[in-house]
Ligand binder design. Structure first.
Ligand code: NAD
Length: 249
């Protein structure tokens, strides 16, 4: 088992078809005790229970510093330590630049970028005192090519910010034994698209993907598992594309 005895906290992991819960299942199957955080506390508790007995589900809005600190304290009280943090929570909005107002800008950057900062800041002192850990942050192909398909410019900016923040954290906390990496998925079939993905769009998008299919939540979960595990013991500051070849650079 790749994660025996480890405790893994995953944000935004209550959504049934989401990447966070797929990652939680994958990591639990490798022996980790999982702490699921989500805006929807009841869904977080249900999701944790669906993994088995020893897992924890907590409400946490990653845009709120006090909620991040409280959730981390509760997780540490229950598990003794946090070895793995997956900064996965995110939201998107399909919109053009001239239509973005300040409220849109703040909402998208708060969850996708500030949330990564706040939750990492709450977890890192615990990783430092327990001798290290692994943090993986959710970015997107949208950060690399200036827009995916469902993200507006504010989403691209926030996800690009995540790449810079993760690299800076990798540099600063490497000496503490904390590795920090990013994942940049292409189009993954989850509920984040809010039902906007039609069969016609799917067919058109597939023509741009060398592997000739859209991604699944499990495709991304496998990479988060790798980054969290000792298989990636010498990997930090890296960005791993999970996009079927949609962007090759
Ligand atoms: P999803 O909507 O299924 O999952 C997102 C989860 O984040 C939900 O459970 C939601 O409740 C939670 N969340 C939202 N705001 C939150 C907050 N403030 N605090 C805590 N939790 C919050 O979508 P998904 O596709 O699984 O998305 C997971 C991550 O992957 C997101 O960061 C997204 O931007 C990123 N991503 C998705 C794709 C894709 O094509 N699906 C591609 C690249 C990156």
């Amino acid at each position: 088992m790749l994660l025996a005895g480890k405790c893994a906290m995953i944000s935004g992991a209550a959504s049934e078809r989401g990447i966070g819960l797929a990652t939680a299942r994958r990591m639990a199957a490798e022996g980790a005790r999982i702490v699921i955080l989500d805006l929807d506390g009841e869904a977080a508790v249900r999701a944790a229970a669906s993994l088995g007995e020893h897992h924890l589900g907590l409400r946490c809005d990653v845009t709120k510093a006090d909620e991040c600190v409280a959730a981390v304290a509760e997780a540490v009280a229950a598990c003794g330590r946090i070895d793995i943090l997956i900064n996965n929570a995110g939201i998107t909005q399909k919109i053009k630049l001239l239509d973005i107002d300040l409220a849109d800008w703040s909402r998208i950057t708060d969850v996708n970028l500030t949330g990564v900062f706040l939750l990492s800041q709450a977890v890192i002192p615990h990783m430092q005192s327990s001798g290290g850990g692994s943090i993986a942050c959710m970015s997107s192909v949208s950060a690399q090519r200036g827009g995916g398909i469902f993200g507006g410019p504010h989403y691209s900016a926030a996800k690009a910010g995540v790449l810079g923040l993760a690299k800076a954290m990798a540099r600063e906390f490497g000496p503490d034994g904390i590795r920090v990496n990013c994942v940049t998925p292409g189009l993954i079939e989850t509920d984040i698209t809010g039902g906007m993905l039609t069969d016609e769009m799917r067919t058109e998008i597939r023509k741009t993907i060398p592997l000739d299919r859209l991604g699944t939540a499990d495709d991304v979960a496998g990479i988060f598992l790798f980054l969290a595990s000792d298989l990636a013991a010498y990997v930090t500051g890296a960005t791993i594309d999970v996009n079927g070849g949609m962007l090759i650079h």
